[in-house]
Design a protein around this ligand. Structure first.
Ligand code: HMG
Ligand code: MG
Length: 308
């Protein structure tokens, strides 16, 4: 008999992963309202924005105002993405108390995304970790992108998969640096349940389920496959799952990546499986409908589209 975790912690990434990928510039006040509406739903973690270079991601260049402007709800964490020491200092000045650093298992992807090799990115994080962890004792998440396939490596070899050992090595290095939780990114929505099982099998020999989260993109809006990937991860004990309100999302440096696993679809599945999330699904849909009206387009979540 398959045993699933009794509860799942959902990490909402819509305001960051979702809005970083939008062509239109979303007014700061609407970003703040989106986060505040999400805060009302009971989501325990909401990645509020990022403090990357505004040249790389102009969509989130108002991260400072967003983080200062949101109404923080007691018990909710609002981590922000930080690429370097400058980003950390900006985040701290705006009141961040949790951060996320990010690298990848693919050299090519890292070069395109953050203009650094994997080793260089880890070196860049050393002063960030020293300040955030050793001095300030902040909670730090680490993302590892392209855990299954890399859009740039696929151009060279369309059958190429990322070696799980490479992911393991990067995860190990981040954990050694003091990162509290690692989110395993299926950046271009290419994983199949067997790939998920293969990777987690290796990682769970060394790391605990309390240290690992899964982050599935739903690039092709397959929905079912993405949810199957989540079920496979849950089967293996994973209980921290990233998702994005309405299915918003993608990385501007991952060609074609256009959506995340939708928070509504995830909650609908989990509640159907009698897995507790503590989240009010109707309130998440309120937030998604709001941001959908700002973006003037329907979002991809199946649950949202069903009008339930
Ligand atoms: P670089 O050009 O190599 O770095 O960029 P640099 O240090 O030479 O900086 C260039 C300019 O940016 C300088 O300004 C810096 O001051 C400025 P200039 O002197 O030219 O006027 N700058 C900054 N400004 C504000 N805040 C900062 C900052 N840093 C530099 N923090 C860098 C390297 C990493 C900064 C850049 O490539 C970058 O910001 N990349 C971020 C790309 C990004 O945000 N991608 C999406 C997020 S990752 C993702 O979505 C995947 C994930 O969801 C998981 C998954 O799905 O797999 C997490
Ligand atoms: Mg992502």
């Amino acid at each position: 008999m398959t045993i699933y975790p009794p509860s799942v912690r959902i990490v909402e990434v819509g305001p960051r992963d979702g809005l970083q990928n939008e062509k239109m510039s979303v007014p700061t006040a609407d970003k703040i309202r989106f986060v505040n509406l999400l805060s009302e739903s009971g989501l325990p973690v909401i990645e509020a924005t990022s403090f990357v270079s505004p040249k790389s991601v102009p969509q989130l260049s108002d991260g400072d105002q967003v983080l200062r402007g949101i109404s923080r709800k007691a018990g909710v964490s609002y981590p922000v993405l930080v690429p370097n020491l400058l980003g950390l200092e900006r985040a701290l000045a705006a009141g961040a108390s949790e951060i996320a650093i990010f690298t990848a298992a693919s050299e090519l992807f890292n070069q395109h995304n953050i203009n650094a090799s994997i080793a260089e990115s880890l070196l860049r994080f050393e002063p960030v970790m020293k300040r955030a962890k050793a001095e300030l004792k902040l909670w730090v998440r680490g993302y590892v992108s392209t855990c299954f396939r890399c859009p740039y490596e696929l151009k060279e070899d369309p059958t190429k998969k990322i070696d799980p050992q490479k992911v393991f090595d990067v995860v190990q290095k981040l954990i050694d640096m003091g990162v509290d939780e690692i989110s395993l990114g299926d950046t271009i929505g290419a994983a199949e349940p067997d790939d998920v099982a293969r990777l987690l099998d290796i990682l769970l020999k060394r790391f605990s389920v309390d240290q690992l989260a899964v982050h599935f993109h739903d690039t092709y809006h397959f929905h079912e496959r993405t949810l199957k990937n989540v079920r496979k991860a849950l089967e293996m004990g994973i209980w921290i799952v990233d998702s994005s309100a309405g299915g918003l999302g993608g990385c501007p440096y991952a060609p074609g990546a256009s959506g995340n696993l939708a928070t509504e679809d995830l909650i609908h599945m989990l509640h159907g499986m009698k897995i507790d999330t503590g989240v009010d699904l109707a309130k998440v849909t309120d937030a998604s409908r709001f941001i959908s009206s700002v973006l003037r387009r329907p979002l991809t979540s199946r649950y949202l589209q069903s009008g339930a």
